[in-house]
Design a protein around this ligand. Sequence first.
Ligand code: NDP
Length: 333
Amino acid sequence: MASSIPATQKAVIIEKTGGLEVLQHKTDVPVPAVVDGQILVKNDYTGVNFIDTYFRTGLYPASHLPYILGREAEGTVVKTGGGNLYGLKEGDRVLWISEGAYAEYTAVDASNAIKIPEGVAPKIAAASAIQGLTALTLVREAHRVEKGDWVLVHAAAGGTGLWLVQLLNAIGANTIGTVSTPEKAELALKAGATHIVNYSHEDVKQKVLELTGGKGVIAVFDGVGKSTFDVSLEVVARKGTLVSFGNASGPVPPFSIARLSAKNVRLLRPSLLSYIATRDEFEYYVNELFGFITGGKIDVRIHGVYPLSEVARAHADLEGRKTTGKLLLDPSK
Ligand code: NDP
């Protein structure tokens, strides 16, 4: 199989940070070599995540430039290095989470890759990894949600939002979702949200307090950031948890921790990678995620598959709030 690997490939790189114009689709990027402990994966589908836009704009600094964006993909192992490969071999269909996914080929540490079970259809692993694992670790570890809890999920029809709503529904929580359009409201309700607030024109605080008899919610999952942080703090219940896990509307400005004392609120700013840092943690959560998928318990909504060459359109749609569910890239196009 190794002989059919080309010397160069298609990939999207950034040489500097900025707007959509910094995304360069190239056709002559060297295919990386593998070292011990690595596998070379021919990527079939690459996931687009909001975090990719942060690396593009420079909100999160890339480790080096030029830089290949993208953090997750599914594909086939086409070459292996030596050493411990966690049982992976050429021909295996794998899901991986690391760096350099906006490319046809990526050299990945085998510790960050895992075989995809038979029952998981093409596209679904790449569409589920980061957003599904984020939702799963948030409801398990950031705030362990129990049956009957009242919780608030912002951007409930987004990629991570739809996962959160479905997992919370499976747990038996009462989930209030915020969305910006009636179409998104319908999707979030279908996914299992028990109540919806359209935060583009409705008063979130008033509605949440009404629904919860004035108590507020025991947990808020807030990936919107700057524009929702204050209302999230207002509607979290006494001794509740505010999980601020993203910046879709911009980063939350510096914050005085004294504001937490009025209700003894727990505030977390978690990252997925710190929940799945060890191989054991990675395997544990990925296997649980695959279990939800093969068990038919989760509907993985794919907004669209974009050719890699149209990556700028994918970023524009995601940042422009035009999407629901997951955006994928086809690196071969
Ligand atoms: P989404 O598919 O959720 O897209 C973002 C959504 O945020 C939009 O669809 C929109 O929904 C809402 N939104 C509200 N205000 C804005 C705004 N000003 N600009 C753009 N969008 C806005 O994206 P992801 O699922 O990829 O990510 C969701 C959040 O989760 C992001 O903040 C991301 O960084 C975070 N995240 C964090 C992780 C971690 O490890 N901490 C891991 C994965 C994701 P609406 O129109 O309904 O308002």
